[in-house]
Ligand binder design. Structure first.
Ligand code: PGA
Length: 270
């Protein structure tokens, strides 16, 4: 399965900074691919397509106003995508401050991040609302990255499995029949590890990803085994290499350490 490296830029960077970081990132990744393909020999072929068989997808989730700029930078690079950090589950209407699927298509977003813990816990989004967004985004032709994760209090109360099962079951209850491993990905992000510098141990990550895999296979017998599960929460260049090698870890969702292109590229190639 290809690995997914997703950058969540949250509420950072103006439009120009989004474009600059995206273009630095693309250049760093291409340089690395190039060197790997030519084993250190310089290649002067401007049309060189040495990255074409790379089993990897890089997704950047910038703030809304940076979407189009980032999409323009990535252009035709088929291993790079751009996604929105949120979407309102209606075609249009009187929803002050919200953004619609058509607006996101217009800005060239192809992914939507749904259920991020900051939206659940700081902005009060409930499981039912997460479910509406998931179903509507899929119906509108987006790929969805659905975030789940427990708080420290829930983990300490022994409710980990119960919380993840509830989050998954509610979020997936109305997904359209077209949903498959190519259109949905999951990110396990323990709330206590996001932006705290406290990363889950490899053992904890392995255990939870095995549980999420089991729950996905039960819910989607046809494609649950192939559906990407990303880990997120204080991923840095120095811990990414060990995390990405764990069973059932198909990618990483990175916040703080994705804001600088060089640091994110070190995570991609960790
Ligand atoms: P972090 O954020 O890497 O800064 O912990 C992860 C996320 O919020 O997706």
């Amino acid at each position: 399965m290809k690995k997914i490296f997703a950058a969540n830029w949250k509420m950072f960077k103006n439009r120009q900074q989004c474009a600059e970081t995206a273009s630095e990132l693309l250049a760093l990744v291409r340089e690395h691919d190039h060197n790997a393909a030519h084993q250190g020999h310089e290649c002067h072929d401007a049309q060189c397509s040495c990255h074409q068989n790379v089993q990897r997808e890089v997704i950047v989730f910038p703030q809304f106003m940076g979407l189009h700029a980032v999409a323009m930078v990535f252009g035709g690079a088929d291993d790079f995508s751009v996604g929105a950090q949120n979407m309102y589950p209606a075609a249009e209407g009187a929803f002050t401050g919200e953004i619609s699927p058509a607006m996101l298509h217009d800005a060239r977003a192809t992914w939507v991040l749904v259920g991020h813990s900051e939206r659940r816990h700081l902005l009060g989004e409930q499981d039912d609302f997460v479910a509406k967004k998931t179903a509507f985004a899929l119906e509108q032709g987006f790929k969805v990255m659905l975030c789940i994760g427990e708080t420290l209090a829930e983990r300490e109360a022994g409710q980990l499995e119960q919380v993840l099962t509830r989050q998954l079951d509610t979020a997936l209850k109305n997904v359209p029949a077209t949903c498959d491993e190519k259109t949905i990905a999951f990110a396990y992000e323990p709330v206590w590890a996001i932006g705290t510098g406290r990363v889950a141990t490899l053992e904890e990550i392995k255990e939870v990803h095995a549980l999420v895999r089991k729950l996905l296979v039960q819910r989607f017998p046809n494609f649950g085994a192939e559906t990407p599960i990303l880990y997120g929460g204080s991923v840095k260049p120095d811990n990414a290499g060990a995390i990405i090698l764990l069973d059932n870890v198909d990618g990483l969702l990175v916040g703080g350490a994705s804001l600088v292109a060089e640091s994110f590229s070190r995570i991609i190639f960790a």
